[in-house]
Design a protein around this ligand. Sequence first.
Ligand code: C2E
Ligand code: CA
Ligand code: CA
Ligand code: CA
Length: 278
Amino acid sequence: VKENGKDDYMLHSGDMDHVALHKLTIQHEMRKALHNKEFLLYYQPQYDLASGQIVGMEALIRWNHPEKGLVPPGEFIPAAEESGIIVPLGEWVLEEACRQNKEWQEEGMARIPVSVNLSMRQFSERNLTGKVADILNQTGLEPRYLELEITESMTMDVERASQCLKELTDIGVNISIDDFGTGYSSFHYLKNLPIARLKIDRSFVRDIHQDPNDAAIVAAIIAMAHNLQLQVIAEGVETEDQVHFLRSHRCDEMQGYFGSPPLDSEKTQRLLREKHNR
Ligand code: C2E
Ligand code: CA
Ligand code: CA
Ligand code: CA
């Protein structure tokens, strides 16, 4: 609403209104989208580097927007985080990933765990473990087929994180540290938190063959993970050379376009069926 006042003030407050309005619009749109079932999950296979077998998959959200088409998570997850909509949205992701995985198992397909990304907001929720347990109960998925991906920043408060992760691992789900190496790294948490594996961030994997520092970092992360009895997976693997490097350094698994891009549920199902019949 326009009122009399100095022009510069008007301009400033107008911009603020615009930003606030834009946020409100996105929030409103996302709530509506959740209600209208416009979100869907893609799955990216994870491969064992020694055998070449698919041993896991990561669930990655997409928004099938009525006008914009398929919208990648980078364009709405930050707004969802900021507004808090990530909490019901993240719960939907968990439920859908567990339901889908259980369904595929029932259809006789290869039994492999699904990894789900957790946001900071979800991780800070009082009753996260209760919600996860409820979803596992409802869907009938065994906890060992669910892996939760958290980032280093979520472990800053070591006391809280260790309490929360202990509860989650007590019910039988696995925890992995996503984008490992990009956040605030403390060896303290690696030693003390109940973590099953590290995911080496793709920024280190990308230039393994051009940048000796990246090669050294990746080799060191793999060695350290193994010394701490953790599994290690490299993300963003795009070339055969990268595969060779990772294999020769005994990295356990890989995920990336070289293996497969994220696939819709139909293509994922087809892939799992092929794997089963091989
Ligand atoms: P992320 O967890 O690091 O997921 C991996 C991202 O790398 C995915 O992007 C995937 O498509 C992309 N990627 C896979 N292979 C390659 C490759 O070989 N090269 C390159 N350059 N990229 C590759 P996507 O699907 O756009 O997801 C982006 C981010 O959005 C994810 O990064 C994750 O942080 C977030 N996200 C996705 N789904 C969810 C969700 O359900 N909940 C939450 N909280 N965040 C999510
Ligand atoms: Ca991830
Ligand atoms: Ca990642
Ligand atoms: Ca990332």
